[in-house]
Design a binder for this molecule. Structure first.
Ligand SMILES: NC(=O)c1ccc[n+]([C@@H]2O[C@H](COP(=O)([O-])OP(=O)(O)OC[C@H]3O[C@@H](n4cnc5c(N)ncnc54)[C@H](OP(=O)(O)O)[C@@H]3O)[C@@H](O)[C@H]2O)c1
Length: 431
């Protein structure tokens, strides 16, 4: 019987759980794959650190290159993180040593995935990263294998559990962004530096990976709209509710002819729409394609259990000989699709103005909107409180460029406005 030998590098949240679950499920893995899976070596930054699980001394190796160069090791599992530095070196070096690589590192795959997949093909090894998107949801393998017969047109959803938790809790508890963020940090859902999550970068890495797989394009990892949820107040959630909308941070990729329309930003979505009721740290991904139509994937988008499930599924996929391309097609077949010019995006827009208690505010807003031929579908002005008042409006369909011009013009009016929040409205049919 052939055995597969692993080297696990990184023994944090995920690495330790992968170790634990491989040990715990060793006999199942053998039954399901026909092969024995051994953990031959593990490594971390501080090999003396006391960990939740006792790891036999003989497995621990401080020198990572010894693991990479060990001829007995078939698969390297990189669970350190970071788009560059040591994680990058480990993956490049491992492939060059003919090792299969499994990683959960979305930042690294979004940045170096194209170069790495070319290298993996050259060296005849697998580079798999199911855990990089959607935690435990098997979205990557579903898209690469389950949907292989389809031409995908849209991929969108909630790809960041932390921001979804924050938005859900703000609404449920009527609590501010800042306070809920603190709670999320205490619960371990948000990092001490939460920027990657709350500013949309984590979701951006994930949608870059999915659009590359879904549309067969080289990774588009920059130049698209990436907005997070820092600017969103309880007032926005309250106004959205009054209009039967929910605020969600969506990551969206659409195929538009030879272009890809890709973005991450908060959206107002109708209360009864597919992903509106996906709450807390749950992720959901909607995939449209021909001939299948719409499929929806939902599940825990992070955390050690779900993420270890995805990492182990990659390991066993390699053992089963699923000779998968990293992005679902030969790297040489990947096209370089360009980004759709987002200035031409058409949407309804929600805009909230937190105004100072001065006269002429509403007429200023309406005159600037009129200048750019933007008509208003809803408008509501709250009575002034403590020297501020909210004016909320929703436009009819208009061009992104016009809204950006309006925003630029009004944001300079410091005497009139304390804050302006713009959120794109996602209609039933339109993305
Ligand atoms: N946490 C999640 O829910 C989640 C979900 C999906 C994907 N991921 C991805 O999974 C990966 C790991 O995340 P995590 O949450 O497990 O991170 P973590 O808890 O911070 O663990 C990182 C591990 O890497 C080790 N490490 C750091 N620098 C190293 C170095 N120079 N050499 C060797 N080892 C080093 C650390 O060693 P010490 O323990 O000795 O400090 C630690 O064991 C990341 O790419 C992350 O994006 C995480």
């Amino acid at each position: 019987m052939k055995e597969f030998n692993l080297g696990i590098i990184g023994l944090g949240n995920i690495g330790l759980e992968v170790y634990r679950n491989i040990k715990k499920n060793a006999s199942d893995i053998k039954k399901k794959t026909g092969f024995k899976l051994n953990i031959l070596k593990v490594s971390a930054k501080n090999i003396r650190k006391k960990r939740e699980i006792k790891i036999p001394k003989k497995l621990i190796e401080k020198n990572i290159s010894k693991i990479i160069n060990d001829p007995k090791i078939d698969i390297i599992v990189e669970l350190i993180g970071g788009s560059d530095g040591v994680a990058k070196k480990i993956i490049f070096d491992s492939i060059k040593k003919n090792k299969h690589v499994v990683t959960a590192n979305k930042a690294l795959i979004a940045k170096h995935g194209d170069a790495l997949s070319i290298l993996a093909e050259k060296y005849g090894v697998n580079l798999l990263f199911e855990a990089a998107v959607g935690g435990g949801i098997p979205i990557i393998r579903s898209m690469k294998q389950g949907l292989i017969a389809n031409k995908l047109t849209h991929i969108y959803g909630i790809l960041n559990g932390t921001t979804n938790f924050i938005l859900t809790e703000m609404e449920k508890r009527n609590e501010s962004f800042v306070n809920v963020l603190k709670d999320a940090q205490k619960l371990g859902y948000a990092e001490s530096n939460p920027s990657s999550d709350v500013d949309g970068f984590d979701a951006a890495d994930k949608i870059s990976i999915l659009s590359s797989i879904g549309f067969g394009t080289k990774i588009i990892n920059k130049g698209f709209v990436i907005e997070g949820i820092r600017n969103i107040d309880l007032d926005d959630i309250r106004f959205a509710k009054s209009l039967n909308y929910t605020v969600k941070l969506l990551a969206i990729a659409e195929r538009k002819g030879n272009k890809v329309k890709q973005r991450v930003h908060p959206c107002l979505i109708p209360d009864n729409l597919d992903v509106a009721n996906i709450d807390n740290v749950i992720n959901a991904i909607v995939v449209d394609g021909h001939p299948i139509g719409r499929t929806i994937y939902e599940g825990p988008g992070a955390g050690k259990g779900p993420t270890s499930s995805a990492v182990i599924s990659d390991i066993t996929s390699i053992m089963l000989g699923n000779d998968e391309y990293s992005f679902g097609l030969a790297p040489s077949a990947k096209k370089k699709l360009n980004l759709f010019n987002f200035d031409n995006h058409i949407s309804k827009y929600y805009i909230r103005f937190l105004t100072k208690d001065v006269t002429g505010v509403l007429s200023k807003i309406t005159s600037v909107l009129a200048k750019y031929k933007i008509s208003v579908a809803n408008l509501y002005q709250e009575p002034s409180k403590l020297g501020s008042a909210n004016i909320m409006l929703v436009t009819h369909q208009t061009k992104e460029l016009s809204i950006q011009k309006v925003m630029r013009k009004l944001l300079t009016q410091k005497k009139l406005f304390k804050k302006i929040v713009m959120i794109r409205v996602r209609d039933y049919k339109k993305l």
